[in-house]
Ligand binder design. Structure first.
Ligand code: NAP
Ligand code: GDD
Length: 341
């Protein structure tokens, strides 16, 4: 029998790559979709024809229990979240509910459906749970590079909500013996990245300028540093964590850090354009509290999981710029549904 996986956040960047990876590994893959008429569901149906869909929402406990009962998964990947950091200041309560409390609702759905209680722990063939934790939890970093033991100091309501989900996942593992793990993933990008995130905003901006559709690109803080990798590499690590004998948390990143300015230089270079002529610094795009520097120490993942990223920063940026030039040349505009500048 094929193993069965349930993915929340199937309409997002990681959901699509993870579904493709698990299908290739022979899994039966189910995706949780929300809303009465969600326009992103048609993208999933086109891109991921073999994924089955089940309705549910991280805000609705009953719907998650029903989805769990219907799918009867072996593995659950909780990727659903409000994931754009600036939105978490504008809608902090909603972020807490979806990104934070949503983790509690998922863990409870698994606990209830598995008949696990304080006196009756999880059994051998139990459902395995992956939580999408984030390097945003490190925030104002206490040390560099960041490891599984680095303390958290989140700098946004999003980071705080992720820290809640992270500790709760650990707590359900310790309280009930559940196979529940968190991957602390650093920034990962791809041609499928949402248009509001900086790498995609830059690759789309460069493509527009290259094709004569725009003459400037407005950005915020160019000095912030991130550890950027390729999403396709990172979903392999999620799967590896759930296939281990024992549940443990892992940092996933490349171990290399670049500034937003370096990202901009690489992207304009990939299109043969001088960046200084086009980039405009816009104070209104700065954040109320910034995460200045993120850099992973992925040693534990390398030694215990055998995980290595395959795509370099330079390859990733070139891949995104080339993809967006092709997309815009074909008349598509991935930014059309975004309300973010
Ligand atoms: P993404 O593209 O923004 O996708 C977010 C997903 O969450 C979408 O499928 C969205 O579905 C779903 N969602 C939002 N609200 C929901 C709700 N109330 N109920 C159910 N689903 C809901 O994010 P991503 O980049 O793929 O990231 C996946 C996960 O990893 C997220 O939890 C993110 O916070 C975390 N993470 C990402 C990174 C990164 O660099 N990408 C790094 C660390 C951690 P709709 O289409 O219905 O809105
Ligand atoms: N989005 C955006 N837009 N960011 C900008 C801009 C701009 O115009 N100009 C500069 N930046 C800077 C931000 O201030 C931040 O320091 C950096 O670019 C990266 O921003 P994002 O791409 O929006 O990502 P993030 O680091 O805030 O969050 C992403 O990574 C986290 C993991 O560290 C998201 O995917 C989160 O969901 C994820 O948890």
């Amino acid at each position: 029998m094929a193993r069965r996986a349930l993915i929340t956040g199937i309409t997002g960047q990681d959901g699509s790559y993870l579904a493709e990876h698990l299908l290739a590994e022979g899994y039966e893959v189910w995706g949780l979709v929300r809303g009465q008429s969600n326009p992103r569901v048609s993208r999933v149906r086109t891109l991921l024809r073999d994924v089955r869909l089940v309705r549910g929402d991280l805000l609705d406990q009953g719907s998650l229990i029903s989805a769990m009962e219907k799918v009867q998964p072996d593995e659950v990947y909780n990727l659903g979240a409000i994931s754009f950091v600036p939105m978490s200041w504008e809608q902090a309560e909603l972020t807490a509910e979806v990104t934070g409390m949503g983790v509690l609702r998922m863990l409870e759905a698994i606990r209830v459906c598995s008949g696990v209680t304080a006196s009756r722990g999880a059994s051998a063939g139990q459902i395995r749970f992956y939580q999408a934790s984030s390097s945003e939890m490190f925030g104002q970093v206490r040390e560099t590079p960041q490891t599984e033991r680095t303390p958290f100091h989140p700098r946004s309501p999003y980071g705080v909500a992720k820290a809640y989900g992270h500790f709760l996942t650990q707590n359900y593992r310790e309280s009930y013996g559940m196979f529940a793990v968190s991957g602390i993933l650093f920034n990962h990008e791809s041609p499928r990245r949402g248009a509001e995130f900086v790498t995609r905003k830059v690759s789309l901006g460069v493509a527009r300028i290259k094709l004569g559709l725009a003459d400037e690109l407005r950005l915020g803080n160019l000095e912030a540093r991130r550890d950027w990798g390729f999403a396709g590499d990172y979903v392999r690590a999620m799967h590896m964590m759930l296939r281990r004998d024992s549940p443990e948390d892992y940092v996933i990143g490349t171990g290399r850090t670049h500034s937003v300015r370096e990202l901009v230089v690489a992207a304009f270079e990939a299109a043969g354009l001088p960046w200084e002529r086009y980039v405009v610094c816009d104070e209104s795009l700065h954040r109320p509290a910034e995460v200045d520097l993120l850099c992973a120490d992925p040693k534990k993942a390398r030694t215990q999981l055998g995980w290595e990223p395959e795509v370099t920063f330079e390859q990733l940026i070139a891949m995104m710029v080339e993809s967006d030039i092709r997309l815009l040349s074909a008349g598509e505009d991935p930014h059309q549904h975004s309300s973010w500048p």
